[in-house]
Design a protein around this ligand. Structure first.
Ligand SMILES: Cc1ncc(COP(=O)(O)O)c(C=O)c1O
Length: 418
């Protein structure tokens, strides 16, 4: 029997300080690139300099015609939805389990989010989507939760059959792929966040991808600078007359964020390769343990593992509450494990139950969403533990595995007497 749990005063498995998986990785090249940008230009309204370079490199990386960088993932989603013309009462199928930001821009456009429950990997369930399509459905939005690809081919088929748009929210899944095809290239348009510790991160930011010229011009008009719209929208295009003002929003990416993102992009595939190897080892080892389910991802799927989502099975651990499990793991020094409060099922947010207080001009008959309506999403959220895995530190990952083994072996000591 190993030593007592650290939460009970035993020695912890790991003594590595936080952050154990610093992301994005910052090295001397990052510092040089960002500092050079500081002296070069800190405002780039047009498609020039580092903004142009990043967009060209993103378009190459994803193999699409157009990439537009934005101030955030929310701005990217807002621009994508506006470009599709989603408006007044249009129904848009959105995963019940996703970031609220996947759906909130729809409220600004008065388009109706229709929530659909998730499949066994936590992503939009194509069968449930099929059942939710009505004559008013204009688009399906798929998130690839925690970097595990959604069943996007089935969703693309459905969208095609019904003549509606497929939008990907790739915010967790930069560099993820199915059968070699990158996430972000399965629908008519895709939006990504590059904020925080997203697989591709510039600290704050986002981008939109599309192959469609018209959608591209509309994305530009939604939030990019007038000078840029004037130089890119053809003189004979019907939307060209709006170039100077666009819709009046400002969604431009900061050049320093662009410099940071550009440096990360060149390293992304290599780093994700390392992350996938380590994730595979962690998953293989944790699969053997009671009380935890690991994601069983089809062989054609290459996740980006924004985090490895593990499902707590309290019934196999004497009813051990998820927070007690996380507290014990963190005490063992497993600091990258979390029971995330967000993203959470959208029906649990007051905003989707009573949006009128913040959006007073929504049409009559707006759907109200309440806790209890999306049992799969809610169960998944309640029981999800996320584990951030490093791309280059197998010893740390071994420590995580030992910490999980130790805590689960001793789980009875975490449960109080009846
Ligand atoms: C799935 C998803 N979509 C959109 C967003 C919004 O991105 P941002 O915070 O850059 O606006 C997030 C943010 O975490 C997210 O997780």
């Amino acid at each position: 029997m190993s030593s007592p749990l650290a939460i009970h005063g035993g020695p912890p498995v790991l003594r590595t300080m936080a952050p154990q998986v610093p992301w994005p990785p910052i090295d001397i090249n990052t510092a040089v690139a960002v500092t050079a940008q500081l002296y070069n230009a800190v405002s780039l309204p047009g498609r020039t300099g580092v903004v142009a370079e990043l967009e060209i490199r993103l378009a190459e990386f994803f193999g699409v015609r157009h990439a537009v960088v934005t101030s955030s993932g929310t701005a990217a989603l807002h621009s994508a939805y506006a470009a599709l013309g989603l408006a007044d009462g249009d129904e848009v199928i959105v995963p019940a389990y996703t970031s609220h930001a996947t759906a909130t821009p729809l409220l600004h456009l008065r388009a109706k989010p229709v929530l659909v429950d998730c499949d066994e990997l936590g992503n939009l369930d194509p069968e449930r989507v099929r059942a939710a399509i009505t004559p008013f459905t204009k688009a399906i939005v798929a998130t690839h939760m925690w970097g595990v690809p959604a069943r996007i081919e089935a969703l693309a088929d459905l969208a095609r059959q019904h003549g509606i748009a497929l939008v990907e929210d790739g915010s967790h899944a930069h560099g993820a792929a199915i059968g070699g095809q990158r996430i972000g290239t399965f629908g008519s348009i895709a939006a990504f966040s590059t904020g925080g510790s997203k697989p591709l991160s510039g600290g704050e930011g986002g981008f939109v991808l599309t192959d469609d010229d018209d959608l591209y011009y509309r994305v530009l008009l939604h939030g990019q600078d007038g000078s840029r719209c004037r130089s890119e929208i053809p003189i004979d295009h019907p939307l060209r007359r709006y170039a100077l003002t666009g819709t009046g929003l400002a969604h431009r990416m900061h050049p320093l964020a662009a410099a940071l993102t550009l440096g990360q992009l060149g390293e992304l595939d290599r780093r994700l390769g390392g992350r996938r190897q380590i994730a595979a080892r962690v998953i293989t080892e944790l699969r053997e343990l009671p009380g935890i389910s690991v994601p069983e991802v089809p062989g054609r799927y290459a996740p980006s593992w924004y985090a490895v989502p593990l499902l707590h099975r309290p019934e196999e651990l004497g009813g051990l509450p998820v927070d007690a499990l996380v507290a014990a793991l963190r005490a063992e020094g497993c600091l990258e494990v979390d029971h995330p409060r967000a993203p959470r099922p959208l029906n649990e947010h007051p905003l989707f139950d009573a949006p009128n207080r913040l959006f007073p001009n929504l049409p009559e008959g707006w759907p109200r969403y309440r806790p209890g309506q999306y049992p799969r999403a809610e169960r998944r959220h309640r029981n999800t533990l996320t584990l951030k895995v490093p791309h280059n530190d197998p010893e740390l990952a071994d420590g995580y595995i030992r910490a999980f083994r130790k805590v689960i072996t001793h789980h009875r000591t975490l449960i109080g007497p009846d």
